[in-house]
Design a protein around this ligand. Structure first.
Ligand SMILES: [Mg+2]
Length: 433
């Protein structure tokens, strides 16, 4: 691969964003002029780790974010800028709890066993007014707004600018729609190897926000921005490949899933409660998972640990052979930690030959009580979820104790901050006690 400065000259890149995602999913970056990029590519761009959501102190030495040249994306709406995903290093080694490093470690573990995980993600988002108080389209009021053609076409300019960008980048986008909540949209591009999808997801969120802003709107991936509307999920479609073949494929099976596939699903079900603080990482996330029925008639999110065939009311759906859809993650899920956790749980399932039990064929929204005794419930709030992550043997072994400790520490801090906030609800219900 030619030097980044040479690529910059060829493609007219004036600046590079050297960028990493911290534990809370925020993109942190330095904007580096092309003349300085080759030095930075070698030694990394310097950051004070404590100033972002990494588990560090102000006394720690510099974090150096070393860009991955393969991840280069030229901003389609500002081609003079090249975006690079970077790996945080400190004291001459990768920061063990930094999200992209966590996924790379998991990816290497899978490769040692001959596996490559591929993912496709469905990032739902809302287009809001710039102050974030309401959806941007006052005419978007239908009770069942999903696939609403008129509401979709009223946002044609912004949606197609994003889709054109993905076409230009070669991601293979193939459909865009209005989703189940007023003001909510989803755009799909081709699935690929998990780290590549993670880089794209991190960039996609930035791109959607940037292009929406250009159009005078505000995009949000917040899991549940409006109490009465369907929340934003980030459903992940997962397959595992071995020697160029899909190891989840079995045409002879009723659902088209191989033994390896069932074991992976079994592992994911066993660890679902423990990874919930990763797939659903905010206080707000639990208002999506445990929501009452919405205006449209369904929340489209699970609250129990179950799997099924082509039935969207369960946590894991097998829509067709060779893959499954994990419907638990939401829009706040960290693009790197989510696939890392899925892979950790799935590989553990394969190693233990985990049995997911029988596929359930009931409507979980109306017949949840018919699920077999012992069906596990997902945690009801972030604190419960964090405690389950903290106690997870699988996550400590697979993702590393250093990561789990760092994550639990920072997330507990976030929970405490929330718990100390006095709400209107409390005043309303306690003032006259
Ligand atoms: Mg959707």
């Amino acid at each position: 691969m030619p030097a980044l400065s040479e690529i910059a000259r060829e493609r007219g890149i004036k600046y590079f964003l050297i960028s990493y995602v911290d534990l809370f999913g925020t993109l942190r970056a330095k904007l580096v002029p092309a003349v300085a990029i080759d030095g930075m590519a070698k030694s990394g761009a310097g950051f004070a780790g404590f100033a972002s959501w990494l588990d560090m102190t102000p006394a720690d030495p510099d974090v150096f974010a070393i860009p991955d040249p393969d991840s280069l994306i030229q901003l389609p709406w500002k081609p003079e800028v090249g975006w690079l995903a970077a790996d945080p290093w400190m004291n001459g080694k990768p920061v063990a709890h930094a999200p992209r490093n966590v996924l790379k470690r998991m990816k290497a573990k899978a490769e040692k066993q001959g596996y490559v995980m591929k993912t496709g993600v469905e990032c739902e988002f809302f287009l809001l007014q710039p102050d974030g108080s309401a959806i941007s389209d006052a005419a978007d009021t239908a009770a069942k707004p999903c696939y609403d053609q008129s509401a979709l076409m009223r946002r044609y300019d912004v949606i197609t600018e994003i889709c054109d960008a993905m076409l230009e980048l070669g991601w293979g986008p193939y459909q865009n729609d209005h989703e189940d909540a007023n003001g909510q949209f989803e755009m799909n591009w081709n699935y690929d190897e998990a780290l590549l999808t993670a880089d794209r997801q991190a960039f996609f969120k930035y791109m959607v926000k940037s292009i929406a802003e250009k159009h005078g709107l505000r995009a949000t991936f917040m899991p549940k921005p409006f109490a009465n509307l369907t929340g934003s999920g980030c459903h992940a479609h997962v397959s595992l490949w071995q020697g160029g073949k899909n190891a989840f494929d079995d045409a002879k099976d009723e659902l088209g899933l191989s033994k390896t596939g069932y074991q992976f699903v079994g592992g994911l079900m066993a660890a679902a409660q423990e990874i919930c603080a990763i797939t659903n990482p905010t206080v707000n996330s639990f208002k999506r998972i445990n929501a009452p029925v919405t205006l449209s008639g369904a929340t489209w999110s699970p609250n129990s640990v179950t799997f099924t065939g082509n039935n969207r009311t369960h946590m894991i759906r097998v829509p067709e052979g060779g893959r499954f859809e994990f419907r638990l993650p939401d829009g706040a899920a960290n693009p790197y930690l989510m696939p890392a956790a899925i892979l950790a749980a799935g590989l553990d399932g394969i190693a233990r030959k985990a049995d997911p039990g029988k596929a359930l064929d009931i409507n979980m929204y109306t017949e949840g009580h018919k699920a077999p005794a012992g069906t596990k419930k997902l945690p009801l709030n972030l604190l419960d979820a964090i405690r389950l992550t903290d106690g997870s043997k699988v996550l400590r072994r697979e993702l590393g104790a250093e990561f789990v400790d760092a994550y639990v520490k920072l997330k507990t801090g976030e929970w405490n901050d929330y718990a100390r906030t006095l709400t209107d609800w409390e005043r309303k219900h306690t003032l006259d006690c």
